[in-house]
Design a protein around this ligand. Sequence first.
Ligand code: AMP
Ligand code: MN
Ligand code: MN
Ligand code: MN
Length: 285
Amino acid sequence: MHLMNADLHCHSNVSDGTLSPEEVAARAHRNGVELWSLTDHDEIGGQARAQAAAQALGMGYLTGSEISVTFAGKTVHIVGLGFDATDAALMQGLADTRGGRERRARDMAADLARVGIPNAFEGALKYVGNPDLISRTHFARYMVEIGVCAEPHEVFRRYLTEGKPGFVEHRWAKLADAVRWITEAGGIAVVAHPGRYDFTPNEEYALFTEFKGHGGRGVEVVTGSHTVAEYAKYADLAIEFDLLASRGSDFHDPSESHTDLGTLPDLPGKLTPVWEALSERIVRA
Ligand code: AMP
Ligand code: MN
Ligand code: MN
Ligand code: MN
């Protein structure tokens, strides 16, 4: 049986990736991706370009975005797939979610200055492709450039995560709102990389119960953020909660990302792929 090579989670320089939407499309196609979605953080400004590039390459396309949500005091990412990218409520919701990023970045820079790293806001900005979307990733790239750390992961570990000197608490969208924006725009909401959140089993159960209650329908099972053991764990969870399964590399950059576009294992055969429920939303060449 031929399983579709779908990669439904990755980033361009419209958020915190380093390649343009066209370059990500070309790389996905070169790697054998047959169905692609560009899922920039809190942003759909790259969708028209991504879709046009996919169509020119003969690759199927689903609209996408990865929305930042605050749930139980932690940041959770919800991927939306197959929505109408001109939907007004979705566009406004994403704009509101992006809105606090500059303030947060200035506060992060002030924190970093206190521990001897000056001008980090200006430094991070050099790496930003979209002024509306300054991210911790841009700070990490700058701090590697100036030699504070050897690689971005180390910057996150030492500076940009909870309890560390460059971390600033931030309130993102509400779970209910993010799921509603996606769903009412005709798309499907998917919990991104659930293995990354450090939730207790009770918190994780609450996340999926509430997510479903709000109309969420999918979960990422095979992602660049999961271990092989987590593929199995979240495959079981997809069955338990009757969720569609998604697959995506979470690619950001050729050298930083350990998982390249289109190179992950297939979804376990017992699952229903999210794209089967989105066949009418797929744009083909
Ligand atoms: P932000 O939305 O500004 O909070 O940035 C979140 C982004 O930072 C994620 O989408 C990842 O791209 C990146 N990130 C988070 N944790 C790490 C980590 N430990 N190492 C490298 N990148 C990370
Ligand atoms: Mn990212
Ligand atoms: Mn994410
Ligand atoms: Mn991502």
